[in-house]
Design a protein around this ligand. Structure first.
Ligand code: PLP
Length: 416
């Protein structure tokens, strides 16, 4: 069979470039070596990425070096923000951002309950209390009406999560937060490259947290970043990632100084130049990655239109979707099959389906420490029972896409 050794065929990008063979030196698999399952998300690494990492290994700086600064400049520019602070992972980005925004003990942070747990956990890290907002029933982003009901005297920060890659209703959230005098920030770990009314998110929200985990849009292995137009805010994040020390090693070297001051307690949340080199190389391909994600989403949309028992999440035309996840809602009662059954059948056919996410307030840590439970966010709880994530990532071949489509069509058109 033509194409990469571990894939099922070449990837045809919209611009006619064949991903696996179009780059000069690379043939990398679209799935984990030796596995037959099409994963829901996966990194797309090529020989030029390998070369970029090798080059930095031969350079003078493995950490706190110029590649980190270049990566910060490139990502923040891409997101429409003037400043960036690279950190060890997306969770560290959230922790640093909440700290820099002045969130602390006694404060409440309103987060949507449908998100990765880190959005809420970072509030605990700074001694604050997460408060779980319900979501829009159709697109599952944070519901501004729910936020409005939850804002109280202790509310310090509202965090939007661009669920699946589709930005939140930032006009409504922004107006509400301004009116009530609370901060608004974004967990945009799903949304590198997303837009709102044609503008990059860095122009829309005061500060964003990003992740470069391999399932996200670009991979650094582990990695994250805070981006913002607020220089002081980003500087506060940079100090927090470096133990609370106000200068880093390179700055002291350049200034010929040995002394430093730890002005507050921070962490070692630095990203290495090795990671940043991979990220910079990956970022050059972001537009192509996004185009391939859009292409796969459009193929799914077309194939699933008219299929009974399945409904993709609602799209908001003014919000430029980055397609981190392709999430569908399935009427399991109508289908006469449980999610567990369908999940196992699809996994058995090599389709790496997943579920994003169990509402955070239903995790036992939050049940036991905050007393959360069923009934707190009824829209999210009902939606959760219907959710299924299908594979979408730029390394998927057209044959992979067709494999997913056929499996869903077979399972959903045959009742019982
Ligand atoms: C991935 C992710 C995070 C955490 O990022 P890491 O890099 O894995 O720490 C936080 N929030 C959301 C919504 C995410 O998807």
């Amino acid at each position: 069979m033509a194409g990469p050794r571990f894939g099922r065929g070449p990837v045809a990008f919209g611009d006619g470039v064949d991903y696996h063979t179009g780059f000069a030196r690379g043939t990398f698999p679209s799935r984990t070596r030796g596995e037959t399952v099409i994963p829901y998300g996966r990194q797309c690494i090529d020989e030029d990425d390998v070369a970029a990492v090798a080059a930095v290994l031969r350079s003078d700086w493995l950490t706190t070096g110029p590649t980190v600064a270049a990566f910060e400049a490139a990502v923040s520019a891409r997101m429409g923000a003037a400043f960036g602070c690279a950190v060890a992972n997306g969770t560290a980005a959230l922790h640093s951002l909440y700290h820099a925004l002045g969130v602390g003990p006694g404060d409440e942070v309103i987060v949507p309950t449908i998100t990765f747990a880190a959005t809420a956990n970072a509030a605990l890290y700074v001694g604050a209390t997460p408060v779980f907002a319900d979501v829009d029933p159709d697109d599952l982003t944070i519901d501004p009406a729910s936020v409005e009901r939850l804002i109280g005297p202790k509310t310090k920060l509202v965090v939007g999560v661009d669920y699946a890659g589709q930005p939140c209703d930032y006009d409504a959230l922004g107006a509400l937060c301004r009116e009530r005098g609370v901060e608004l920030a974004a967990d945009s770990c799903h949304a590198l490259g997303a837009t709102y009314k044609g503008r990059p998110l860095g122009e829309v929200v005061r500060a964003l947290a990003l992740s470069f985990h391999p399932v996200k849009h670009i991979a650094t292995g582990e990695g994250g970043m805070i981006v913002s137009n607020d220089e002081a805010l980003v500087k506060a994040c940079a100090i927090f990632r470096n133990h609370g020390v106000t200068t880093d090693f390179r700055q002291r070297e350049q200034a010929g100084l040995w002394s430093y001051d730890m002005a507050g307690l921070g962490y070692n949340y630095r990203l290495s130049d090795i990671h940043a080199a991979l990220g910079l190389s990956q970022l050059k391909k972001l537009d192509r990655f996004l185009a391939r994600r859009r292409e796969i989403a459009a193929a799914f949309d077309a194939a699933f239109a008219g299929l009974p028992f399945l409904k993709p999440l609602a799209r908001r035309p003014e919000r430029g979707h980055a397609w981190h996840l392709y999430v569908v809602r399935i009427d399991f009662a109508g289908l006469g099959k449980s999610r567990r059954e369908l999940f196992q059948e699809l996994r058995g056919e090599g389709i790496g389906v997943n579920v994003h996410y169990l509402p955070t307030h239903l995790h036992s840590h939050y049940r036991t420490t905050l007393g959360t439970g069923e009934g707190l966010c009824p829209v999210a709880e009902a939606a959760y029972e219907t959710l299924l994530t299908l594979p979408i990532h730029p390394g998927m071949t057209d044959v992979d896409v067709q494999t997913v489509v056929s499996a869903l069509q077979n399972r959903l058109s045959r009742v019982g």
